[in-house]
Ligand binder design. Structure first.
Ligand SMILES: Nc1ncnc2c1ncn2[C@@H]1O[C@H](COP(=O)(O)OP(=O)(O)OP(=O)(O)O)[C@@H](O)[C@H]1O
Ligand SMILES: N[C@@H](CCO)C(=O)O
Length: 316
């Protein structure tokens, strides 16, 4: 996250008056991330994260809060949303909807090996399995219609070659019907920076604000594209195999998922590329932001388009 909306100690203290979380001791803005405003919040009772939602529709917030609450009670290590004294998870800070969640210990692993990837595959499968019993849903706001719409919006800012790649990939995706694949709750953004590792507990998952209903294999593809990619924008075979094994041992992939795996990897690379083009070409006014490498995502998509056979083999 970044800081789009500054929060003062007085703002935080006023918010805390609605909770039973003790008195404010410390408030610190977080530079990482690009979607929401985030602060570490320390009180006399513990350590928390304060999030101000900058773009998410207010009506969708109960889905995310309920999901984290559900997963935290179903053997997925993730932040638990704190309830206010009126029982609500969502309050208001400086005109923005806001929540407080527990702060997980640990740090991200930005240079993962095969063992890390295997563990991440199992964490993702556990989320998918626990999600089956979650009784709310949310259509993916970044699905096919969004990809088409965003492609038209960003087109004037891109080269002819980039526009041609996006257009042909959108066409390819439209021809590959993923409704035959198992659907469910996906995390949608399980990148390296969204798992915090500590020696005592293992991996804890954060940032559920891209979660929605979609093909489960698409979520695995998003995760593989980040954790198993090399600096040269290819996939490392050993890490890829390890992640798929870690996933498959808890939730075995179906034949259809194996057949459509290359399409899912391409769709995931396209989704990330378009998202990053958005952050780059339509930036919001932030006080702290770390930029994302959109050229890398384009190269990964180009790699996937050129190496369909290899991708098929990675899941065979
Ligand atoms: N519950 C939590 N416990 C510990 N740290 C957290 C927690 N939530 C967020 N953070 C910290 O804040 C940073 C930004 O959070 P997050 O990834 O949710 O932001 P974001 O704006 O949604 O980012 P992006 O979507 O770009 O990944 C994380 O990288 C992590 O350092
Ligand atoms: N994880 C996304 C950012 C949105 O959270 C990316 O790296 O492009």
């Amino acid at each position: 996250m970044s800081v789009f909306t500054p929060v003062t100690a007085a703002d935080a203290a006023a918010l805390l008056a609605h909770y039973s979380l003790g008195e404010l001791e410390r408030l610190e803005g977080i530079a990482q991330g690009v979607e929401n405003t985030n602060y570490f919040l320390t009180t006399t009772t513990g350590e928390y994260v304060l999030t101000l939602f900058e773009t998410i529709a207010h009506d969708d917030l109960p889905f995310y809060m309920g999901l984290m609450d559900h997963l935290a009670h179903h053997e997925v290590r993730c932040p638990a949303p704190m309830a206010r004294e009126d029982g609500e998870f969502i309050g208001n800070v400086n005109g923005k909807p806001a929540c407080i969640v527990s702060r997980l210990p640990g740090t991200p692993e930005m240079h993962p090996g095969p063992a890390d990837c295997r563990a991440v595959g199992s964490i993702l499968a556990a989320i998918h399995i626990a999600g089956v019993e979650y009784d709310a849903g949310l259509t993916n706001p970044h699905g096919h219609a969004w990809r088409e719409h965003f492609a038209a919006k960003v087109a004037p800012r891109l080269t002819a070659a980039e526009n041609a790649l996006i257009e042909s990939e959108n066409r390819y995706q439209a021809m590959h019907d993923d409704t035959v694949l198992p659907q469910g709750i996906i995390h949608g953004d399980l990148f390296r920076d969204n798992i915090l590792w500590d020696d005592e507990h293992g991996g804890g998952v954060i940032d559920f604000y891209f979660a929605c209903d979609d093909a489960l294999a698409f979520d695995l593809a998003i995760t593989v594209n980040d954790w198993c990619s090399t600096p040269e924008a290819t996939l490392d075979p050993e890490r890829t195999r390890a992640m798929i094994e870690g996933y498959d041992r808890l939730r075995p992939l179906t034949e259809f998922e194996r057949t459509l795996w290359p399409a899912m990897l391409r769709r995931a690379a396209l989704r990330t590329w378009l998202g990053r083009l958005g952050y780059n070409h339509f930036p919001r006014d932030s006080h702290m932001t770390i930029p994302k490498d959109h050229a890398f995502s384009r190269r990964l998509l180009e790699h996937h388009v050129a190496h369909a056979r290899e991708l098929e083999a990675s899941v065979a």
